[in-house]
Design a protein around this ligand. Structure first.
Ligand SMILES: [Zn+2]
Length: 424
C-alpha cells in the first residue's frame, strides 16, 4: 500500500471509509445524532470526496463523551485502553480491539522500515510506558517488525547511556529535547555518543524545528527521524519521515488526511498550510471521522524519491493551540527556537515567559549560553534581540542569557518551554 497507485489506494480508502462510517453510525450515539442533525445517512458517504458533508469531530466531543462514549464496541471487545494527557480537565480515553492493535503495530512497523530500521536492529524505546500511547505503541511496532526492543521507558538517563553502550542499540526513540539531554549526561559520564553504534533517533511528541534537528544529529552523530501520531487517531505511527527526510509519509490506507483553514473549516488548496484533519479508516473500537488535530501542516502528493506514493505532510512546528499572542503579535514557540539556534554561542535550551504588568503583556525569553562561551554577552544579547525583531517583528521586553545548564532539563514526558503567567 505504501507505493500503490493513487487509484488503487483510493479504492481501498473508499471501501474502508464506508465500513468505518457504518460502524460509527450504528454503534456510536454521538455520530448517529450528528448524522441525523445534518440529515445524513451512511449512504451519503460513498467516497472520501463525500467526507466534507460531515461536520468535524473535536477534542470537546471527546470531553463531552468521557470516558468511553466515543467507543463503537462493548468493553468486552476492548483489549487495551490508553489515555492522552489532558492539560486541562479529563484526559481523552481511547480503546483498541485486538484487530486495532494489529493495525497499529503494522503502521508503526511500516514507520520503522521507512526510517531505515530492519529486523536485525536493536531499538531502545525511551518513550514513557503506561497510559501514554508512545511507549507501548512504539514497542509493539518494533516487535511486529522483528527487531529487538529494549523497553527502558523514560528517565533513568545514566542507565540509558549505559544500555546504549553495553547493548549497542542502533536506534533510540525519545523526545527531541531528551535526545539532547542524553548527550549531555553521556558527556558527564565521559562517553561521546558519537562513538557508540547509535545511528538513528526516532523523535516525536514534541515539535522540532530544523535547527533543533541539526543540533541533535550533530551532537549524537545520528540521523534524526520525525514520527507523528496522536492518541485520538491511534497513537504514534500515523506518519513518519523516510530516509529522504523530506516530509512525513501518512499511511493513507489507515488514516485519511485533509487540510483545512482553521478559521473557516474550508479545505485549503493543495500545498497550502492549514490544520490537519484525520479520519480513521481501519479502526473498530474508536472510529473517528474528520478529527481536528490542531496541528498545522501542508500536504505534498508528489511521489517521494524513496518510491512511496503515500502523501507527505510537513513537520509539525506549530499546533494551533500553541500560538502565542503578545500585544497583538502572533508567533509560535518554534519560531523563537529557529532564531535563537542560529547563534553558535547559544545552547539548544530556552524558555519563554509571559507576564502581565498592569494591562500590558510582557515577554521574557531566556536562552542558555554554550558551555565554553567566552565572548561578550551584551553584544550577543543585542544581536539576538535584533534578529528576533527582524524575523518575528517583536522585541522581547527581557532577554536573559544564562549559563550552560541553568535551564531545567526534562527527563520524563514532554518538555515545557512556554510559561504563561498571565492568568494568575
Ligand atoms: Zn519517502
Amino acid at each position: 500500500m505504501e507505493s500503490a497507485s493513487r487509484d488503487e489506494l483510493r479504492e481501498v480508502q473508499n471501501s474502508r471509509l464506508r465500513a468505518a462510517v457504518q460502524n460509527a453510525y450504528e454503534n456510536v450515539d454521538f455520530y448517529r445524532e450528528t448524522f441525523d442533525e445534518h440529515g445524513l445517512t451512511p449512504d451519503d458517504i460513498e467516497s472520501v470526496e463525500d467526507l466534507s458533508k460531515l461536520p468535524f469531530t473535536t477534542k470537546e466531543n471527546f470531553r463531552d463523551n468521557y470516558p468511553t462514549g466515543m467507543f463503537a464496541v462493548e468493553m468486552d471487545d476492548v483489549v487495551r485502553i490508553h489515555a492522552s494527557s489532558g492539560t486541562t480537565g479529563k484526559p481523552k480515553i481511547v480503546g483498541y480491539t485486538r484487530d486495532d492493535l494489529d493495525v497499529w503495530s503494522k503502521a508503526v512497523a511500516r514507520c520503522l522500515v521507512a526510517a531505515g530500521i530492519g529486523a536485525d536492529d536493536v531499538v531502545q524505546n525511551a518513550y514513557g510506558y503506561g497510559l501514554f500511547t508512545g511507549g507501548l505503541g512504539l514497542h509493539q511496532g518494533v516487535e511486529e517488525l522483528g527487531a529487538t526492543v529494549i523497553p527502558i521507558g523514560g528517565g533513568n538517563t545514566q542507565r540509558q547511556v549505559e544500555m546504549l553502550d553495553d547493548l549497542g542499540s542502533d536506534v533510540i526513540s525519545c523526545t527531541p529535547s531528551y535526545a539532547l539531554y542524553l548527550a549531555e549526561v553521556a558527556d558527564d559520564m565521559g562517553i561521546d555518543v558519537r562513538d557508540l553504534p547509535l545511528r538513528t533517533v526516532i523523535f516525536g511528541a514534541e515539535p522540532c524545528t530544523e535547527p533543533m534537528r541539526n543540533e541533535i544529529e550533530e551532537r549524537l552523530g545520528v540521523t534524526g527521524i520525525d514520527i507523528y501520531g496522536l492518541s485520538e487517531i491511534v497513537g504514534p505511527g500515523v506518519s513518519i519521515e523516510c530516509e529522504e527526510q523530506d516530509g512525513l509519509h501518512i499511511w493513507e490506507d489507515y488514516f485519511y488526511p485533509e487540510v483545512i483553514d482553521p478559521n473557516t473549516g474550508d479545505p485549503v488548496a493543495e500545498g497550502e498550510e492549514g490544520e490537519l484533519v484525520l479520519t480513521t479508516l481501519a479502526k473498530d473500537a474508536l472510529p473517528v471521522l474528520r478529527y481536528r488535530t490542531g496541528d498545522l501542516t501542508t500536504l505534498n502528493y508528489d511521489t517521494c524519491e524513496c518510491g512511496r506514493t503515500c502523501v507527505r505532510m510537513d513537520n509539525i512546528t506549530g499546533r494551533s493551540d500553541d500560538l502565542i499572542i503578545v500585544r497583538g503579535v502572533n508567533f509560535y514557540p518554534s519560531e523563537v527556537e529557529s532564531v535563537v539556534l542560529e547563534f553558535d554561542e547559544v545552547a539548544p535550551h530556552y524558555r519563554i515567559d509571559l507576564r502581565r504588568e498592569g494591562n500590558l503583556d510582557q515577554l521574557e525569553i531566556t536562552v542558555e549560553l554554550v558551555e565554553d562561551f567566552d565572548g561578550s554577552s551584551t553584544d550577543l544579547e543585542t544581536r539576538i534581540g535584533k534578529r528576533l525583531s527582524n524575523v518575528l517583528s517583536f522585541t522581547p521586553d527581557e532577554l536573559n542569557l544564562v549559563e550552560y545548564g541553568d535551564i531545567a532539563r526534562t527527563e520524563v514526558g514532554k518538555v515545557q518551554r512556554v510559561y504563561d503567567h498571565r492568568g494568575q
